[in-house]
Design a protein around this ligand. Structure first.
Ligand SMILES: [Zn+2]
Ligand SMILES: [Zn+2]
Length: 341
C-alpha cells in the first residue's frame, strides 16, 4: 500500500492508502520524492477547475523522483534512475503534432490535471515524458525543473539576448524564475510587482524592482532604461494593469511575451504595436529542449532553487500546505518521500 492525496472539491484533500499497481507497457512508475505546488494546483484547490479535474483526483506535476518499475516496452529507463516528468501527453495525430509542436497538441492531456498526478508516493506516467537528472542535482532542487522550464520556454519565445533590457511584470514564482533565466542570459532585469514583501525579495536577489502601485511607475521604468524602453517584456500578471503597462514602457520592436492566463479579455493599445513595430508572443508550457535547458541551468549552478523554494510540508500535511502563510512564500514543496533524496 502507498499514500495518495486526493482532491475532493471544496478546498479539501484527503490522504488515503492505495494499492500499488504495476506500470502499463509504455509507462514508468516513479517513486515520488518531492512535488511543488503550482499556481494551477491552487486554482484547483479553490474549485475553479472542478469541471476539468473532477473529484477524487490526485493532482500535482512539479515533481522529482526515482524510477521504481518500468513497463515491458520501455527501453531507455530503468529502476533507480533519478528523473523529472514533463507532464504533457500529446496525441501524435493532430495537425499541430504533425508540425512538431506536440507541447501545444490540439488534444493535449496535462498529467496531474487531466490524469492523476504526483501528490502520491507512486506515480505511473508515459515513458516519453521523463527526463533524466545529472548526479549533481538533488531531488529537492529538481522539483523546480518544471516551473523553471516554463521560464526557459518564455525566454526562448522572446529570443532574449545579452545586453537587452528586460521587464518582468509580476514577481511571483514564475516571474522570479523568468528574471533569473533572463539575468543568466546577460540582460538587465527589472521586476514590477505590487506586493511589498515580494519587491523586497526581488531586491534581495539582486534585481531592480519597482512597485507597480507607484504613481510615477512609468517614469521610473523609462528612467531604468535611459528612456529607451524594454526590449523584452514578460507579463505574468494576467490583469489589465499589466497590459496597459507593457505598451507604455516598450522599446521599438520590443517582444512582449504573454505568460499569464487572462480570464477576461483585456483592452490593448494596438496603436503602439503599429507605431513601434511591437510583437506579441504567446507562451504556453514548454518543449523537451526547455526541460533540458532547465536541468542544465541547475546542474551548472546558474539558477539556485533555494532562491525560490521557501516552504516544505510532508504529504500528510498537504491540506495546510495550501493555506497561504502570513510570511512571504514563493514555492512550496510537498515532501512526499524526502528520504530518497
Ligand atoms: Zn506547474
Ligand atoms: Zn496532437
Amino acid at each position: 500500500m502507498a499514500k495518495a492525496a486526493f482532491y475532493e472539491g471544496n478546498k479539501t484533500f484527503t490522504v488515503e492508502s492505495v494499492t500499488i499497481s504495476p506500470p502499463k507497457d509504455d509507462e514508468v512508475q516513479i517513486r515520488v520524492a518531492y512535488c511543488g505546488i503550482c499556481g494551477t494546483d491552487v486554482h484547483v484547490y479553490h474549485g475553479h477547475m472542478d469541471a476539468r479535474v473532477g473529484m477524487h483526483r490526485v493532482i500535482g506535476h512539479e515533481m522529482s523522483g526515482v524510477i521504481h518499475a518500468v513497463g515491458k516496452n520501455v527501453e531507455d529507463a530503468s529502476a533507480g534512475d533519478r528523473v523529472v516528468v514533463r507532464p504533457l501527453d500529446h496525441c501524435g495525430e493532430c495537425s499541430t503534432c504533425k508540425r512538431g509542436l506536440k507541447h501545444i497538441c490540439e488534444n493535449l492531456k496535462f498529467l496531474g490535471l487531466d490524469t492523476n498526478g504526483a501528490f502520491q508516493e507512486y506515480w505511473s506516467v508515459p515513458a516519453h515524458t521523463i527526463h533524466h537528472l545529472p548526479d549533481g542535482v538533488s531531488l529537492a532542487h529538481a522539483a523546480i525543473v518544471e516551473p523553471l522550464a516554463v521560464a526557459c520556454h518564455d525566454i526562448n519565445r522572446a529570443q532574449v539576448v545579452a545586453g537587452e533590457d528586460v521587464l518582468v511584470i509580476g514577481g511571483g514564482p514564475i516571474g522570479m524564475l523568468i528574471a533569473m533565466v533572463a539575468r543568466e542570459v546577460g540582460t538587465h532585469v527589472t521586476i514590477c510587482e505590487v506586493d511589498e514583501k515580494r519587491i523586497a525579495y526581488a531586491k534581495n536577489l539582486g534585481f531592480n524592482a519597482r512597485n507597480a502601485k507607484d504613481a510615477d511607475l512609468v517614469e521610473q521604468l523609462r528612467n531604468d532604461t535611459d528612456g529607451r524602453g524594454f526590449n523584452a517584456i514578460f507579463d505574468t500578471s494576467g490583469v489589465q494593469a499589466g497590459v496597459d503597462l507593457f505598451t507604455q514602457v516598450s522599446a521599438t520592436q520590443a517582444r512582449i511575451c504573454m505568460v499569464a492566463i487572462h480570464t477576461t479579455k483585456p483592452t490593448i493599445d494596438l496603436f503602439k504595436f503599429f507605431w513601434q513595430e511591437l510583437e506579441l508572443l504567446g507562451a504556453r508550457v514548454y518543449e523537451d529542449t526547455d526541460f533540458e535547458y532547465a536541468i542544465r541551468l541547475l546542474s551548472e549552478g546558474k539558477v539556485n532553487p533555494d532562491d525560490v523554494i521557501t516552504n516544505k510540508h510532508p504529504l500528510d500535511d498537504i491540506q495546510s500546505a495550501f493555506i497561504p502563510p502570513k510570511d512571504l512564500s514563493m514555492k512550496t514543496l510537498i515532501a512526499v518521500n524526502p528520504e530518497i533524496n
